[in-house]
Design a protein around this ligand. Structure first.
Ligand code: F0G
Length: 456
């Protein structure tokens, strides 16, 4: 018999109770938090879909590996195991541990950028962009045009526009120290990049003599999409596909809080000896000695085991299906989301769901807050609050007002997803009752974390 049901490929050994609250309690908690869900106490949240980063469940093998952690300051056994696992997966010569992804970005960009440089990418994640801009360099987003249209179906909406990349290399090549591609493309909806596209980037980088780096946070999810959607890869293992992806690049930055299946950690891995030496010297300044880079020995063990587990077929089949399952329910109910579903999250198009709330009254915040009050679900606005403030203090709405529901790895079961879908559909059915918000406090940078609002 060919079973159609894709089950969670684990059973549960340790459980953590969920906190049920009443609608009144949530209303009060949200008011106390200035109507900003970042300021809630997590214990007041029932299902937390704020991020998939560092929020996953470790396996019993990972918890067991923690006890194997060697906490030696220098040359720890856990480092050599971690280095070996990363090398086997990526093929890169130098493996530099960091406390999370943005530390790898900071060290890479501070090592290689000079003011006026340009870094092309499909879409930079916000910390990547910030770590480039802080060096007075430009982060240039070159995703394909299809990647900018939420409702448009395309198998690899994360692809970089190769013609636009070639134009950048042709006109600004002297200012481009490296080309980056983010797999999967988080800021573009968790959309995958095809192997063919990565090969195209490699060819252009060879022609113009540029190094090519991956932002590899969700490399395994990307590998699974290649296996499912790209001709010729259906029989390849996710691990082989991932190795081929890494093999086309010269290095990567990685947040182990995503596809490292760990709660903290990251790394920079690369082939260039000179860059690696400079990066290690910077690492010592801010993160720690090169064999631990801001992590405990037990963290290195957890990540090493996580990187082995994340490419298992049963895991990836379940992971990608569970996001798609959530998306299918919302699409059938007519809720506008980015399609097809990405790997780690659902992105609701709040601007088109709530046309009666103008962008400067924050339709994304209205939806996020309604989901919390109605159902105890925490999501995140990716729109005017996150990106709308200009350097001169004015506000300009970005291209989209999205609400992201990110799915932590191995944490929630199908019934939690059913509940979340029911909640979104319920709130969408009441959409005419939702009102916009006014910002009562907002800092100049990264304002989504701490700003406060009041309902209009
Ligand atoms: N690159 C991408 C594509 C990311 O999604 C993230 C983090 C980072 C780099 C930075 O990694 O958090 O370990 O420093 N994304 C999280 C999110 C925060 O919610 O999407 P980090």
């Amino acid at each position: 018999m060919n079973f159609r049901t894709i089950i969670e490929p684990f059973r549960i050994k340790s459980v953590e109770p969920l906190a049920f609250t009443t609608r009144e309690q949530r209303q009060a908690a949200l008011e106390a938090a200035g109507h900003n869900v970042f300021l809630l106490h997590a214990s007041d949240v029932l299902i937390d879909l704020l991020t998939d980063s560092g929020t996953g469940a470790m396996s019993s093998a990972q918890w067991g590996a923690l006890m194997q952690g060697d906490e030696s300051y220098a040359g720890s056994r856990s480092f050599y195991r971690f280095e070996q696992v990363v090398r086997d997966l990526t093929g890169y010569r130098h493996v530099i541990p960091t406390h999370q992804g943005r530390a790898a970005e900071r060290i890479l960009f501070h090592t290689i950028l000079v003011p006026g440089d340009v870094v092309p990418n499909n879409n930079h994640f916000d910390t990547t962009r910030a770590n480039i801009e802080v060096e007075d360099a430009e982060a240039r987003d070159l995703v394909i045009p299809e990647g900018r249209v939420p409702s448009l179906i395309h198998p690899f909406k994360g692809n970089i526009d190769l013609e636009a990349l070639e134009r950048t290399l042709e006109h600004d090549g002297g200012r481009v120290p490296l080309v980056m591609v983010t797999v999967t493309n988080n800021s573009g909806g968790g959309q995958p990049v095809s192997m063919e596209n990565l090969r195209g980037v490699r060819r252009l980088c060879d022609r113009y003599g540029k190094p090519f780096f991956l932002d590899a946070c969700r490399f395994a999810e990307n590998a699974w999409f290649i296996r499912q959607r790209e001709p010729g890869y259906g029989e390849h293992t996710p691990r082989d596909i991932a190795r081929e992806m890494f093999g086309l690049a010269d290095g990567c930055t990685m947040s182990a809080k995503k596809d490292g299946l760990a709660n903290i950690g990251g790394f920079l891995a690369l082939n260039n000896d000179e860059w690696a030496e400079r990066a290690r010297n910077l690492l010592i300044l801010t993160e720690g000695f090169p064999t631990y880079g801001g992590l405990a020995g037990y963290d290195l063990e957890a990540i090493a085991t996580g990187l082995e587990e994340v490419v298992e077929e049963a895991y990836l089949r379940y992971r990608i299906r569970s996001t798609e399952y959530f998306a299918d329910k919302l699409v059938s109910a007519g809720v506008p989301i980015i399609q097809p579903a990405g790997g780690h999250a659902i992105y609701i198009d709040a601007r088109s769901l709530l046309p009666h709330i103008p962008p400067l009254e924050y339709p994304g915040i209205a939806l996020v807050n309604a989901l919390y009050v109605e159902a105890g679900i925490r999501s995140v606005e990716i729109g005017t609050v996150m990106f709308g403030r200009q350097h001169d203090g004015t506000e300009v709405p970005p291209a989209m007002d999205l609400v992201r529901l990110a799915i932590p790895r191995r944490v929630y079961t199908q019934s939690h997803i059913d509940y979340a879908a029911e909640a979104v559909i319920h709130v969408a059915s009441q959409k005419d009752r939702l009102r916009g918000y006014r910002m009562t406090y907002g800092p100049a940078v990264l304002r989504h974390f701490t700003s406060r609002f009041e309902p209009r």
